[in-house]
Structures are given as C-alpha cells and as structure tokens.
Design a protein around this ligand. Structure first.
Ligand code: ZN
Length: 260
C-alpha cells in the first residue's frame, strides 16, 4: 500500500532555525509544493545523517511526511550543495540575497510554481559556476543576479513597464528617462517634469533592463555594460524591491495580489 501522506519533493533550503533540543525547523522552496516549512528531527545531533543535507542553499531531494501542522523530513539526499557559494564570502552574500528575495516575496502554501523553482536553482548554479575569468566575484555575480531579479518580478506580477511611459502611455524614446517605483516603470521626460519621487535612469541602464526583460539568459550574457551602468542598474533594482517590500508590510492586500 502506498503511503499517501508521504511525499517526495525536490527543494532548496531557504533557511533553518533550531527547534527544541535537537531538531531543526526548515523553510524550503520545493518544486512540488511551493514554499513549506518542515521539521528535521534530530538534525543537530552529532550522529545525524540528515544534517549535511539540509544546510541553507542546498538543493536536496526529500521524503516528507505530513505531520499535523508541519511536514516532517524522513529522508534527505543532497543533489547540489553549491559548494563554491560557501567558500567565497561575496558569492555567499549574493546567494543569500537571491534566497531572501524569494523567501520574503513568496508566501507560504502558495501553489507550486515549478518554473520559479527552476529559476532559483539555475541562478544558484550560475553564481556557483567557476567561470575562470579575471573578474572579481561581485562582477561575476552581476549578470546572474540582475537576470534573476528581472525574471522574479515577472513571477511576482511586478514586471516593470519599460517600453511605454508608465504615466501617459507614450512610447519611451532612446534618451535619459525617469523611473517610478510606485508606477512600476519608466516615465517619459515630459511627465517626469511634473511628478515627485522619481529616480533618474540613463538610456544605457534602460537598454539593459529591456534587454534582460526580453532575453534568454544566454542572450543576456552577451551584454557587457560599463561599471557605471552596472552600478546604476543594481541601485535601481534594489530600490524597486525595497519599495515593493515596504508595500508588502504596509498593505494587507499585497499577498493576495501575488497569489492572483
Ligand atoms: Zn509620459
């Protein structure tokens, strides 16, 4: 007889915390169930065979049993520990950022989104890859992280409007523009004169955002923006995510919007 309360799932461990004397409480993003929490019993004991498989960032194959409130991990096997992410502090930082964005924006028990799971694992693989270039770790991380941010906005329903003015709807021309966090997109110079709280965005930065929005990763990876443009795009995206997160805290309806 198959046990229908037992589920096989593939997951990325988003975070863990201690529970009681010997257990760990895991927050997982799974391909099959979306974001769930699960208990790994005895995972803090020296003799635990699960412990190494459930560290944060690890991609893991799990057997989960449905407990009364939470899932219980009955088996765990590492698929990819993304070891390079643990050995380089800069890479660790970017991986933590990628994980945190997903953790904070995706609510528990939302329906599973296998393509978002794939985006997450592909991004961690890209960050972990040894590209053997002379670039610093933070330069190498720029493209995988920016591409991830852009795709994540699509999944969350906050795809920025970059081709028409988010205020008047006119076509955005190849010139320096404004960007509005609250309107969620580019604002033409004409509208920008009269609106408050806008960010400036250069034509170069806008070009890369548009390119990432429309391209596969392989196509996007041909882009080689100047250092100044990299900084500008990074600051703009972080400002946009921060704005969205504050709205999440202030607006009860936000979670519903993500779900719909
Ligand atoms: Zn306009």
């Amino acid at each position: 007889m198959p046990d229908f309360r037992s589920i096989r799932a593939e997951a990325v461990v988003l975070r863990h915390s201690n529970l009681g004397e010997a257990d760990r409480l895991l927050t997982l993003y799974t391909r099959e169930l979306g974001k769930v929490r699960a208990i790994a019993k005895g995972a803090r004991k020296m003799t635990s065979r699960k412990a190494g498989h459930i560290e944060p960032f690890t991609r893991v194959r799990l057997q989960l049993a449905k407990g009364r409130d939470l899932f219980i991990v009955t088996q765990a096997e590492t698929i990819d520990s993304y070891q390079p992410l643990r050995e380089n502090l800069t890479k660790t930082g970017y991986a933590a950022y990628v994980i945190e964005l997903l953790d904070r924006f995706v609510p528990d028990e939302e329906a599973a989104t296998p393509s978002l799971f794939r985006l997450l694992t592909e991004t961690l693989s890209r960050l972990a890859a040894d590209t053997s270039t002379s670039l610093s770790a933070s330069s190498e991380a720029w493209l995988p992280v920016r591409y991830y941010e852009m795709r994540l906005l699509d999944f969350l329903g906050f795809r920025p409007q970059l081709f028409e003015c988010a205020n008047c709807g006119r076509e955005i021309l190849p010139q320096d523009q404004f960007f509005s966090f609250s309107a969620g997109g580019a604002i033409c110079p004409r509208c920008g004169e009269g609106l408050a709280g806008l960010q400036k965005i250069s034509v170069e930065a806008l070009k890369y955002l548009r390119h990432f929005q429309r391209s596969t990763y392989r196509e996007a990876s041909r882009a080689q923006p100047e250092a100044d443009t990299q900084k500008e795009v990074e600051a703009l995206m972080q400002g946009y995510f921060t704005h969205l997160l504050e709205r999440q805290l202030n607006t009860p309806g936000f979670i519903k919007r993500i779900k719909s």
